[in-house]
Design a protein around this ligand. Structure first.
Ligand code: PCA
Length: 195
């Protein structure tokens, strides 16, 4: 069976939940011929990617799909691109707050995702869930993770993407999405990878 490493994040910015991990936790163990390994990541620059890479070295997944919260967005948004920039409006969970720093000194400016993000967004939309491709993952820990993975696995056949999701209903913020809807969206996104 093919393997898929899927990650969510711990809470950050004074929240007590992060819907990315709540949704990942609820996914079934097998979707569309992919056996899922689930991992919860620290919201810490550099460390999140190191944790993914160390587990990926062990289990050698075919696909790495990372999920994160994007407060303020109303849609499920697969990210097209990761950029070589760290710029944080709030400190990460270790207290680090970089300002306009590269992730990799002399690294490429950007890498495109290596999964079919447009197809994934369209499939989710067709199921009646708000979704669209995003052209910026920001410059915080989520972008750091996406860029670092794409950099680390360039010239390999590992397929990598990042999906940002809205706040969940329990966070009492607007806009928001039910975790069950996010779980459905992620399932459909995974099912569409090889279609
Ligand atoms: N969202 C943050 C980091 C962790 C998360 O869930 C981001 O968009 O960078």
């Amino acid at each position: 069976m093919k393997t898929l490493l899927i990650t969510g994040f711990e809470p950050f910015n004074n929240e007590v939940i992060n819907p990315s991990w709540s949704a990942v936790e609820r996914l079934p163990d097998v979707i569309s011929g992919y056996e899922l390994t689930k991992l919860c990541l620290p919201v810490v620059f550099g460390e999140a990617a190191l944790k993914v890479i160390s587990v990926a070295e062990e289990i050698k997944p075919d696909v790495i799909l990372c999920i994160g919260q994007a407060g303020g967005r109303s849609a499920v948004t697969p990210e097209l691109v990761g950029i070589n920039l760290r710029h944080a409006k709030i400190p990460d969970n270790s207290g680090y707050q970089p300002k306009d720093e590269p992730i990799i000194i002399d690294g490429e400016n950007a890498y495109f995702s290596t999964l079919p993000v447009r197809k994934m967004a369209e499939a989710v939309c067709e199921a009646g869930i708000e979704a669209q491709v995003s052209y910026s993952a920001g410059a915080y820990v989520c972008n750091d993770l996406l860029y670092t993975l794409l950099h680390n696995y360039k010239n390999t056949n590992k397929r990598i993407a990042f999906i940002h999701i809205p706040y969940c209903t329990e966070q009492n913020k607007n806009p928001s999405m039910d975790i069950d809807t996010v779980v459905k969206a992620l399932t459909i996104a995974i099912e569409s990878i090889d279609k």
